[in-house]
Structure formats: C-alpha cells, structure tokens
Design a binder for this molecule. Structure first.
Ligand code: HEM
Ligand code: HEM
Length: 181
C-alpha cells in the first residue's frame, strides 16, 4: 500500500480533522461519564454526570450533521489503493455515521419516554415522545446495545488506523493528525 502521486497530494481540511477529533474526545468523555455515573447512588453526584453524557451525546449528533454536510462539499479522498480494503473502510465509516446519529436519538427518546427533561448544555429540548415506562425500558436496551456496538466498531477502526501507521507505514493516520500524508 503506497501513497504516491495524485493521492499523496490529497490533504485533509482542518475542519474535517477538527470534527473527527472533537467527536473522538466527546465519545471518550461521554462513556467515562456514564460508566462512572451509573455506579453512583447519590443523585446529587449522578445527575451532573448524566447531564454531561447527554450534552456530549447531543453535541455528537450536531457534529455528525455538520460532518455529513461537510463531506458533501468536501469528499474524503481515500489513500487506500486496494479496492476491497477501501470498500471495507467505507462500509465501516457508513456504519459509524449511522450509529453516531442513531445513538444520540435513542438516548433522547429514552429520556423523553422516562418523562425526564433533555437538555443540551443547559438548554432544554422538547420531548420526542410522551412518557411511557415500558417503551423507555426497551429503548434503554437499544441505546445500551448501540453504545457497545459503536465502541466495538470504533475499536476496530482505531486498530486499523494504528495498523496502517505502524505496520503498513502509510500516511492514513498522519493525514488525519496533520492534514498531509
Ligand atoms: C453518541 C452518543 C451516545 C452514546 C455512545 C451513548 C452510550 C451510552 C451507553 C454505553 C450507556 C450505558 C448503557 C448501559 O449499559 O446501561 C448509556 C446510558 C445512558 N444514556 Fe447514552 N449515549 C449517547 C447519547 C445519549 C444521549 C444524547 C442521551 C440523552 C439525551 C443519553 C442518555 C443516556 C441515559 C439517560 C443513560 C442511562 C444512564 C443510567 O443508567 O442512569 N445518551 N449511553
Ligand atoms: C470515537 C472514536 C472514533 C470515531 C467515531 C471515528 C469516526 C471516523 C469517521 C466517521 C471517519 C471517516 C472520515 C470522516 O468522515 O471524518 C474516520 C476516519 C479516520 N479515523 Fe476515526 N474515529 C474514531 C476514532 C479514531 C481513532 C482513535 C483513530 C486513530 C487511532 C482514528 C483514525 C482515523 C483515520 C486515520 C481516519 C481516516 C481514514 C481514511 O483516510 O480513509 N479514528 N473516523
């Protein structure tokens, strides 16, 4: 796998990189917040952590919308020459995009169905559905499943990026970090 000629001249725009790394940061912190928060008994300690989880999750939804609009204006030119590997990478990205949209929406649905307020950094948002405890339990299960599926996918994705960097020694990760392969 080599990076040459035309492809080597395919830089990554700073906005593409900013959206990517802000999303990564948000996902890492929102997982920590919910994992720490879930074990706490005291609501005074638990509530702010869950609020951070929600706000970061909703920020991921906004970032993902921005990413898709941006991708439409500025397509990502792959550095991967092998068509099969490129297709696998694209399929993984597509699944990740879908989960990055579905997961916050499921969280929002869950909190609405519990009859609790959803807020984005203190700004109250409308409920998506009316209170329904039974549905809330189901949606919670989907939200949990989606969360762990997303984690598995991005784990594979990060492992692939590290493989490109340390084993194939191409510019795929360097380009996402610095803009140039
Ligand atoms: C990318 C976005 C998100 C991811 C990856 C994510 C992931 C998760 C995960 C893994 C859990 C733990 C599930 C379990 O095993 O019990 C969870 C719980 C939860 N999430 Fe999210 N979430 C996201 C966005 C949201 C949003 C936007 C909201 C609300 C607006 C939300 C509300 C909640 C709530 C209330 C819980 C349950 C916490 C508890 O057990 O008390 N999530 N989320
Ligand atoms: C929560 C974690 C992550 C998510 C949600 C995520 C998501 C994505 C998405 C959607 C893309 C497609 C490009 C775009 O639309 O911006 C992408 C590309 C990329 N990601 Fe991640 N990523 C995550 C973590 C990581 C990590 C930890 C690394 C490095 C170890 C990494 C390295 C890369 C690289 C190198 C590309 C460019 C691939 C190419 O040029 O085809 N990502 N990522």
């Amino acid at each position: 796998m080599s990076v040459s000629g035309d492809l080597a001249a395919a830089p990554l725009h700073p906005l593409t990189r900013a959206i990517h790394w802000f999303t990564v940061l948000a996902i890492v912190v929102l997982f920590i917040a919910v994992l720490v928060g879930a074990d706490l008994e005291d609501p005074a300690q638990k509530k702010p952590l869950i609020a951070v989880h929600q706000s970061l999750g909703l920020s991921v939804l906004l970032l993902n919308g921005l990413r898709l609009l941006w991708r439409w204006r500025m397509p990502l030119r792959s550095l991967i020459a092998d068509p099969l590997k490129r297709r696998i990478g694209h399929a993984n990205h597509l699944l990740v995009y879908t989960l990055l949209a579905a997961q916050p929406l499921l969280g929002w649905l869950y909190v609405s169905a519990r009859g609790r307020e959803v807020a984005l950094w203190g700004l109250p948002l409308p409920a998506l559905i009316a209170k329904d405890r039974e549905l809330a339990e189901q949606v919670h299960d989907w939200h949990a499943l989606g969360g762990w599926l997303l984690l598995a996918l991005v784990g594979l994705h990060a492992a692939a990026a590290l493989y490109h960097h340390y084993v194939l020694r191409d510019g795929v990760l360097r380009r996402m970090l610095t803009g140039r392969p």
